[in-house]
Each structure stands twice: as C-alpha cells, then as structure tokens.
Design a protein around this ligand. Structure first.
Ligand SMILES: *[C@@H]1O[C@H](CO)[C@@H](O)[C@H](O)[C@H]1NC(C)=O
Ligand SMILES: *[C@@H]1O[C@H](CO)[C@@H](O)[C@H](O)[C@H]1NC(C)=O
Ligand SMILES: *[C@@H]1O[C@H](CO)[C@@H](O)[C@H](O)[C@H]1NC(C)=O
Ligand SMILES: *[C@@H]1O[C@H](CO)[C@@H](O)[C@H](O)[C@H]1NC(C)=O
Ligand SMILES: *[C@@H]1O[C@H](CO)[C@@H](O)[C@H](O)[C@H]1NC(C)=O
Ligand SMILES: *[C@@H]1O[C@H](CO)[C@@H](O)[C@H](O)[C@H]1NC(C)=O
Length: 264
C-alpha cells in the first residue's frame, strides 16, 4: 500500500522494495514473517535493515561474518534460523508490537541506492468462545417486545457484534460499555425490538448474533424463538372419500388464496 523509493541518481540498480507481513493481523504469542522483496538488478546487496517504528532490530549485511545482527528491543524475539536477507521471523509476538515495520534496502552499485517500504502489523487476542444470546420472553407474538442480549468473551480489539432476525440485520441495538478483563474487553449488545407481523417469517423467529474481530474471526450464535403464531402447516387439506376437506387454520392470505384455487 504505502511505498516509496528514495534514489540518488536515476534509480539505477534497486527497484520495487516491498514489505509484506504474513500474517498482518496476528494473534498474541503467535509468530509472523516479514518478507522484504526487492529487485537489485545484478548490483551487489550492501545491507537490509529492519525497523519497528524508528528502532532498528535486525540487520543483514552479506559481507560481514556472521551476516545477521540482532539489536535487542523489548518485546521483539527474532528467530535467526528463519531470518535472512529477505525475511525476518518474529516469535511470541506481544500486543505492543502493533504498529509500523519497515525494511530498508541499500545496494552498492555505481552509486549507493536505498529503498524503503513500511507496513503495519496488528496484534489481536481472539474471544475464547463463540458469542452467546440470552432472551427474555418465552413465547412471542405481534406487539410483544423482543429483548435479547448478546455477549462475546474478552478480545482485543473488542468484537463487533450485530443481531440478525430471520437473517436480516437489526439496526435497533445498543452496545453496552465494555467490561474489562486484563488487556481485553467483553462485547455486549442489547436488543429491544417491538415485534410486528413483518418480523414473523412463516410464523418463525430466528435470532442470531454475529461476532467479528478484524477480518480474521467471525462466529455466530443462533436461537430459534418460540412463536405464539402458528407456523403454516405443510398440508392443510386432505382428500377424504373423494371430496376435498379443508382444515380450518389461520394462514396468510396468499396461501389461503392458493388453497382455494386448488380446491375449486
Ligand atoms: C512489550 O511487552 C512485553 C511483554 O508485556 C514487555 O516485556 C516489553 O518490555 C514491552 N516493550 C515495550 C517497548 O514496551
Ligand atoms: C537455531 O538453530 C540452532 C542450531 O541448529 C539451535 O541450536 C537453536 O536452538 C535454533 N534457534 C531457534 C530459535 O530455533
Ligand atoms: C530466506 O529463507 C526462506 C525460508 O527459509 C527461504 O525460502 C528464502 O529463499 C531465503 N532467502 C534467501 C535470499 O536466501
Ligand atoms: C505508520 O505509518 C504510516 C504511513 O506509513 C503513518 O501515517 C502512521 O502515522 C504510522 N504510525 C505510527 C504509529 O507511527
Ligand atoms: C441484558 O443485559 C442487561 C444489562 O446487563 C440486563 O439488565 C438484562 O436483564 C439482560 N436481559 C436479558 C434478556 O438477559
Ligand atoms: C442469509 O443471508 C445470506 C446472505 O445475505 C445468505 O447467504 C444465506 O443463505 C441466508 N441464510 C438463510 C438461512 O436464509
């Protein structure tokens, strides 16, 4: 995304310095690999320097023995066995490593030329369990108020929650202030929705809550709520001794209309 090359002379030699972080969104205490790609066009590599913010933590200089040098930086653990001139492996990553990393490549051609790329890392803690829903009412009908809470266990950043009723996102929700748990925060969402007939699909109410953290975590809880409305039976008429007998049920008008057509 963010990319610049500073050149002296007309950019001969070094081209396309690109840093990629895999994964860029990393779980706390896991590892991540920083790849620095560059095209040195047959010019000799002088050095590759790696930075967290302004602090250099790793340097690769092929002419030195050993070529790798690690500069202590609280919170960064470099696995030198998996680091070389194009990549650095960071182990046991802590929250405070969230932020910008850069690689700076210098080649020793006709002139020295240097290129840098910077990318950001996000360190997260995912919820230990999927979200849970609790509801107030036993049976629901038009005019009742559907009250429900959704909770997602502590995470960092806090999980983003949303309710869906019959697979449609419900906008009328209120997020509660996060309960803290060490470095992470609970997510709680409250729903209070007066029900109308439009909320009943075939007499059914299916409530789900989706929890999302960045783009690496998505889990949901689903609850089928008891409806005071009769679900539409699959068959409401039966043929008995050659004459059609209609069973009396309350069904939506459209369905009733279809039945009348069939019976006539
Ligand atoms: C980052 O966090 C780790 C573990 O909590 C700690 O040891 C280290 O000193 C911190 N580094 C900085 C620069 O604050
Ligand atoms: C790197 O390799 C050496 C020799 O094979 C080994 O002793 C050391 O434990 C390894 N270091 C890591 C961080 O894996
Ligand atoms: C650096 O190490 C990785 C993984 O071991 C390897 O795939 C890559 O080819 C190495 N790069 C160079 C320039 O040796
Ligand atoms: C990270 O780098 C971007 C541009 O590369 C800059 O806008 C941002 O302020 C930097 N963030 C920090 C924490 O330094
Ligand atoms: C939802 O959470 C609020 C605030 O914690 C609580 O007062 C209420 O009883 C909860 N409702 C349900 C249905 O669990
Ligand atoms: C819910 O909606 C999504 C997309 O909007 C769709 O892919 C999915 O099949 C739907 N699920 C049900 C049970 O209708």
């Amino acid at each position: 995304m963010f990319f610049f090359v500073s050149c002296f002379a007309d950019c001969t030699g070094l081209r396309n310095v690109r840093l990629t972080i895999e994964p860029r969104v990393v779980q706390r205490h896991h590892h991540s690999i920083l790849h620095c790609k560059y095209d040195q066009e047959d010019e000799p590599l002088y050095t590759v320097k790696w930075y967290r913010g302004p602090h250099e933590f790793y340097r690769y200089t092929p002419t030195e023995r050993p070529p790798t040098k690690v500069f202590p930086y609280a919170g960064i653990t470099v696995d030198v066995n998996h680091s070389n001139s194009t990549q650095v492996l960071l182990q046991n990553i802590e929250f405070n490593l969230s932020g910008n990393f850069s690689c700076e490549v210098t080649i020793d051609g006709v002139v020295f030329s240097t290129g840098t790329d910077t990318q950001s890392m996000l360190v997260v803690q995912l919820p230990e369990h999927p979200p849970t829903i609790s509801v107030g009412h036993e049976r629901l009908d038009y005019g009742h108020i559907l009250r429900a809470n959704c909770s997602s266990p502590p995470s960092k950043p806090p999980a983003h929650l949303k309710f869906l009723l019959n697979n449609v996102t419900v906008a009328r929700t209120e997020a509660l202030n996060g309960r803290r748990a060490l470095d992470a925060v609970w997510s709680d969402l409250v729903l209070e929705l007066p029900l109308t007939q439009y909320h009943f699909t075939d007499g059914r109410l299916i409530l789900s809550c989706v929890a999302q953290v960045s783009d690496i975590y998505q889990k949901e809880a689903t609850l089928e709520l008891a409806s005071a409305r009769n679900p539409v039976p699959e068959r409401v008429s039966a043929v008995d001794c050659g004459s059609a007998v209609s069973t009396y049920v309350i069904v939506p008008l459209v369905t009733l209309h279809v039945l009348l057509l069939i019976n006539s």
